[in-house]
Design a binder for this molecule. Structure first.
Ligand code: AMP
Length: 299
């Protein structure tokens, strides 16, 4: 497996494959890899070659966020990618991505405005900028993004469409632990009690989806159902994530940033459930911010 540090070397590498008519799948990551990332690598396996990137992008973190604390494990990450069959990994350093005098940013599309756009102003500007830079260095035929970061996937889709980038964007399903918790690099910050409470996100989504399948179509009712579960007020759900020693109900999430049902394409508020929708949650367990979502397909 090649480890490439410079954008020019990366572009040469990818063009040599593409000029032979080969497809190249790109998997961008910030490292601290887990099975969720590896599921994207697996999806990219339908391409002739897979290229991954590892770069903790400073421009998508706000000053009060966890950039310095963000987990880094480069050696293990490279080992995992090699074992997963990745052909090349692009690991640029800060100076190569943001050299002195850097001042051009990508204005994010409309779909970046709600939800995370409100809670994390400036975040998607950093994401669109770095992803466009990665796509310039690695002009892949396909790029794979997790629906775990649902809004991010939609933002990248829109940016690539709006700016005529020739890479096809593929959204991949969220990989979960056996109990339902969505895999995330940030889960390692959770202590055992917080880890149990983190299950409330997937419980809330499952409960809401079940109510939807059972015929509930009132968005406000479904959102209330999500919030009740997240706050630990739904006794049945709370009991299933209770203490190890019994079913003592637990405290809910410490802060809910949003728990909403929105249009699956624009992520804007819906007045009725008459088109594909997605239930989205973001909030804190202790100091750790977690997000999760579930698509609600209208049949
Ligand atoms: P990150 O390293 O957190 O920036 O994530 C890199 C890519 O992996 C993004 O496209 C994420 O959406 C995706 N990803 C993260 N967690 C998961 C997961 N549990 N299942 C599927 N994809 C994921």
């Amino acid at each position: 497996m090649e480890v490439i540090h410079s954008p020019d070397d990366a572009r040469r590498y990818v063009w040599s494959l593409r000029s032979q008519g080969r497809t190249v799948g790109l998997v961008p990551t910030m490292g601290a890899l887990h099975e969720g990332h590896l599921s994207l690598v697996k999806a990219a396996g339908t391409c002739d070659s897979t290229v991954a990137t590892i770069f903790v992008n400073p421009t998508q973190f706000r000053p009060d966020e966890d950039l310095d604390k963000y987990p880094r494990s480069l050696d293990e990450d490279l080992e995992q990618l090699k074992n997963a069959g990745v052909k090349a990994v692009f690991v640029p350093d800060q100076e190569r991505m943001y050299p002195e005098g850097f001042s051009s940013y990508v204005e994010p599309p409309e779909v970046a405005k709600p939800l995370e756009g409100i809670c994390r102003p400036g975040h998607f500007r950093g994401v669109t900028t770095v992803v466009l830079k990665l796509l310039q260095a690695i002009p892949a035929s396909h790029a794979y993004f997790g629906k775990k970061d649902y809004q991010q996937w939609r933002v990248i889709e829109a940016m690539v469409r709006d700016l005529n980038v020739g890479t096809k964007i593929i959204g991949c399903p969220t990989l979960r632990e056996s109990d339902g918790l969505a895999l995330s690099s940030r889960n390692r910050y959770l202590d055992p009690e917080q880890r149990r409470r983190a299950l409330l996100l997937s419980k809330a989504l499952s409960k809401t989806e079940a109510e939807f399948r059972a015929g509930e179509t009132q968005i406000e009712e479904l959102q209330q159902c999500m919030r009740r579960t997240l706050l630990g007020l739904d006794n049945a759900a709370a009991a299933t994530v209770g203490s190890e020693h019994g079913s003592t109900p637990i405290q809910g999430m410490d802060k809910i940033d949003y728990a909403a049902i929105v249009a699956a394409d624009t992520l804007t508020t819906l007045s009725s459930l008459d088109r594909p929708a997605v239930a989205v949650i973001a909030g804190y367990i202790g100091k750790t911010r977690l997000i999760d979502n579930r698509e609600l397909n209208i049949s």
